[in-house]
Design a protein around this ligand. Structure first.
Ligand SMILES: *[C@@H]1O[C@H](CO)[C@@H](O)[C@H](O)[C@H]1NC(C)=O
Ligand SMILES: *[C@@H]1O[C@H](CO)[C@@H](O)[C@H](O)[C@H]1NC(C)=O
Ligand SMILES: *[C@@H]1O[C@H](CO)[C@@H](O)[C@H](O)[C@H]1NC(C)=O
Ligand SMILES: *[C@@H]1O[C@H](CO)[C@@H](O)[C@H](O)[C@H]1NC(C)=O
Ligand SMILES: *[C@@H]1O[C@H](CO)[C@@H](O)[C@H](O)[C@H]1NC(C)=O
Ligand SMILES: *[C@@H]1O[C@H](CO)[C@@H](O)[C@H](O)[C@H]1NC(C)=O
Ligand SMILES: *[C@@H]1O[C@H](CO)[C@@H](O)[C@H](O)[C@H]1NC(C)=O
Ligand SMILES: *[C@@H]1O[C@H](CO)[C@@H](O)[C@H](O)[C@H]1NC(C)=O
Ligand SMILES: *[C@@H]1O[C@H](CO)[C@@H](O)[C@H](O)[C@H]1NC(C)=O
Ligand SMILES: *[C@@H]1O[C@H](CO)[C@@H](O)[C@H](O)[C@H]1NC(C)=O
Ligand SMILES: *[C@@H]1O[C@H](CO)[C@@H](O)[C@H](O)[C@H]1NC(C)=O
Length: 686
């Protein structure tokens, strides 16, 4: 028997063996893949550099192997190499002559190794690389001293990655030889101080300091820098050197996720285009300072560093005029700050501003007339502030000729300039959700002679495509409210009791997404919305699927939190081939009528969102996951269940047992005794 069992396994092993043998005899080479002059030997459990590759290879990738030392002789065979990648090995050192003959090596990736151990000898090896332009030393647990040693004499380096190490403090000695450096990544270290560290790197253009512990960046004077990323630190101050006449090349400055209290003190001449300041505590103080009569209120800040050298950085703290040169600014991201007003002239100084993101601040009012936004404004996000009203005159609105995306949601808006949206020639998307703004009755809109209005008029705004009016407490939308619109997206959810059936008719040709979740809608006829692709009718207490849906070509359907006991299998079969995503949780489905589920489940093109959380109730009112049908069973006809069989079977079994007991008692009394003896007296010895 065991012989028979082994035979098939042996048969399988023999061909395997013939494949494995050549690999074992030349292990290194055969684990590599050659593509022209590139050898890919990644993920091969190699413990040394393979020998026997063609000697003219130019690129060698050895990532994800187990190499611990790069030996002196390792690269002798490959003198043409210009790129070597050893990321994610166990490298502790590079022997000092390993690059003796690698004259052409330009790019070296040593990311994710253990070079902290043998950094001294490794630095001798690196010194031989006179043409090295790119070096990745990320994730090597390097400390300040080690990094400085490894970088000595690398005068030709242009790209250096030191992210994910243990650097704490960099100063003028750290990168002193890197005269050609253009890009430096220092993110995810534990740096708390930078002291003149980049003064020798006059060509540095991109610097990433994200995810460190820097408390401030003062006396910023790197005029050649193009991108500075200092996000995710604990920066309270950003102050650039103010007395420089040169134009800073800075285009992108990321100071998001810090602790800035003041708007950064930007260079007085710059090309800054993208300024990311989200998630700080920025506010403007001029209004407050004006009231302060105390002579004590300081106008200067002093900064100290570890060497106890004190810098007297003077910033006119209370003067909102001195924000520097913002004339080229295109993106200003101020999300999640504490801005309650814009200082006078603040916006005016940004004639190129295209996106202003002010979501989650404390703005109380906005006067578009006095701010003087220009025609370049494309996106204005004022959501989640405390706006009670927005002010604007006709001229200010028509000036916003490019405004396309306007988000005013989550404010307490009660008033808007009359005709606000119809005056914006390019407006495409408006979000007014969660405000107290009504939709104007036609008479209201026409009769309004006031400049402000408590309702918004939507008629005939030809460019508008997306309109969000969630949670506005809307009860009735006039039948003609949307005439002349070419909306593709209409969101009316969270307006309980809303009646919008008639008004939506006029959008039947264009509407692709309709949200009427939580509106208590019922009897809605969707059949005329022939372009509809996505429909949200969640939270509407629906007891059956509206049949008018079936003729539509729906891709997304949200039916969550209704009262559906089942979906007719013919309906499911009609929807299944069209839908891409369906949301069904939160319905009291009947476990015994789940054929719809099998239909959806077997349709491979459909994604049932939260499939395992779709539940049903069986006859005992126990909830099950519909997907795990093995735990409940139902009668074929549906409706009835094993319950009734159990009810019938139990008395039958009980009476059968009773009868047999009586029979055995009357006819075989001795047998009973025996069985009692056998069962109860067994422990006593025989
Ligand atoms: C490395 O640079 C130092 C000065 O920074 C110099 O004295 C030394 O000769 C250089 N070594 C090599 C190998 O180039
Ligand atoms: C630096 O290395 C890290 C980790 O290896 C990587 O995520 C990052 O993208 C690299 N930086 C650049 C600028 O290539
Ligand atoms: C700054 O760096 C962080 C972390 O790497 C990154 O998420 C962010 O996108 C960067 N910012 C910019 C403007 O590239
Ligand atoms: C900047 O220019 C002003 C006048 O144009 C001059 O007085 C000042 O010395 C210059 N500053 C520097 C640092 O060159
Ligand atoms: C400053 O004074 C003005 C008028 O006196 C007042 O309206 C305003 O609320 C005050 N601002 C602060 C921050 O105290
Ligand atoms: C000004 O500062 C001094 C000393 O710090 C203090 O005694 C005084 O009360 C301050 N005055 C005001 C108006 O805050
Ligand atoms: C810093 O500036 C202030 C005000 O101009 C001055 O009183 C102080 O002495 C200066 N400190 C140093 C160290 O220069
Ligand atoms: C809005 O700004 C304009 C121009 O500065 C001004 O004339 C108007 O009075 C302001 N409106 C309000 C209500 O402050
Ligand atoms: C309007 O926006 C578009 C797209 O962002 C842009 O290409 C165009 O230059 C802008 N127009 C003006 C006047 O700024
Ligand atoms: C408007 O802003 C809110 C809050 O920031 C956000 O949830 C919503 O998605 C935005 N609207 C649009 C249409 O992007
Ligand atoms: C449908 O509308 C409800 C109610 O506003 C909302 O909670 C839900 O997220 C919406 N569904 C989708 C898929 O966006």
């Amino acid at each position: 028997m065991p012989v028979h069992g082994l035979t098939p396994i042996l048969l399988v092993l023999v061909p395997m063996w013939t494949i494995v043998t050549p690999v074992a005899s030349h292990p290194q080479h055969s684990r590599c893949q050659l593509i022209q002059r590139t050898a890919l030997c990644n993920d091969g459990r190699l413990s040394s550099v393979p020998v026997g590759l063609p000697d003219n290879i130019e690129e060698l990738q050895l990532n994800y192997n187990q190499i611990e030392t790069l030996q002196d002789s390792a690269l002798l065979h490959y003198p043409s190499l210009n790129a070597l990648s050893l990321a994610c090995n166990r490298l502790v050192k590079l022997e000092r002559n390993t690059f003796q003959d690698s004259k052409l090596l330009k790019s070296l990736n040593l990311a994710n190794n253990d070079l902290r151990i043998g950094y001294q000898e490794s630095s001798l090896a690196l010194k031989k690389l006179h043409g090295l332009t790119a070096l990745d030393l990320s994730e090597n647990k390097l400390e300040d001293e080690m990094a400085a040693t490894l970088l000595e004499n690398l005068t030709s380096l242009e790209y250096l990655n030191l992210s994910g190490n243990l650097l704490q403090r960099v100063d003028e000695a750290s990168f002193k030889d890197l005269h050609q450096l253009k890009e430096l990544d220092l993110q995810r270290n534990i740096m708390f101080e930078i002291d003149g560290a980049f003064d020798g790197n006059s060509k540095l253009q991109r610097l990433n300091l994200a995810f460190n512990y820097l408390p401030c960046l003062t006396d910023f004077h790197m005029t050649q820098l193009v991108v500075l990323n200092a996000s995710h630190n604990i920066i309270e101050w950003f102050i650039s050197r103010q007395d420089l006449n040169d134009t800073f090349q800075l285009e992108t400055l990321d100071l998001s996720n810090n602790k800035l209290l003041f708007f950064p003190f930007l260079p007085s001449h710059s090309r800054l285009r993208n300024l990311y300041l989200s998630h700080n505590v920025i506010s403007f103080y001029e209004q407050m300072a004006r009231n302060v009569t105390s002579p004590n209120s300081s106008t200067t800040v002093e900064f100290y560093n570890l060497k106890n050298y004190m810098e007297n950085v003077t910033a006119q703290l209370w003067d909102d005029d001195l924000h520097g040169d913002t004339s080229s600014l295109e993106i200003l991201d101020l999300r999640g700050n504490q801005v309650d007003y814009f200082p006078q002239g603040f916006i005016q100084k940004m004639p190129a501003l295209s996106r202003l993101q002010m979501c989650t601040n404390c703005l109380e009012t906005l006067n578009l007339t006095s701010e003087q936004f220009t025609g370049s404004l494309y996106e204005l996000d004022l959501s989640n502030n405390r706006l009670k009203q927005v002010l604007a005159d006709e001229a200010a609105l028509t000036a916003l000729s490019n405004l396309t995306y306007f988000n005013l949601s989550l404010n307490g808006l009660e008033r808007l300039p009359a005709g606000l949206f119809s005056s914006l020639p390019s407006i495409r998307s408006v979000d007014l959700s969660y405000n107290n703004i009504d939709v104007c009755l036609s008479e209201e809109a026409e009769l309004t002679t006031h400049t402000v209005s408590s309702c918004a008029d939507w008629k005939n705004i030809a460019s508008l495509r997306q309109l969000y009016l969630k949670g506005c407490n809307l009860k009735r939308i006039p039948d003609s409210a949307f005439t002349g619109l070419l909306l593709t997206h209409l969101e009316l959810s969270d307006n309980p009791g809303l009646n919008a059936q008639e008004s939506i008719q006029s959008l039947s040709r264009t509407l692709q997404h309709l949200g009427v979740g939580n509106t208590h809608m019922h009897g809605f006829d969707f059949s005329h919305l022939q372009s509809l692709k996505s429909l949200n009718i969640s939270k509407n207490s629906l007891a059956h699927l509206p049949p008018s849906l079936l003729s539509l070509d729906l891709k997304v359907l949200d039916l969550r939190d209704n009262r559906l006991p089942t979906i007719h299998s013919a309906h499911a079969a009609a929807l299944a081939p069209k839908l891409h995503t369906v949301f069904l949780t939160g319905n009291p489905f009947n476990c015994c009528q789940t054929e719809w589920f099998r239909i959806f489940e077997t349709t491979k093109t459909i994604n049932m969102f939260g499939q395992s959380e779709i539940e049903c109730e069986d006859l005992f009112r126990t909830t099950h996951s519909v997907a795990r049908s093995e735990f409940f069973s139902c009668d074929e006809e549906g409706g009835e269940s094993v319950f009734w069989y159990i009810l019938l079977l139990v008395p039958m079994c009980v009476s059968f047992l009773g009868v047999s007991l009586i029979v055995s008692l009357t006819f075989k009394p001795t047998m009973l005794q025996k069985s009692i003896k056998k069962k109860c007296l067994r422990p006593t010895s025989y």
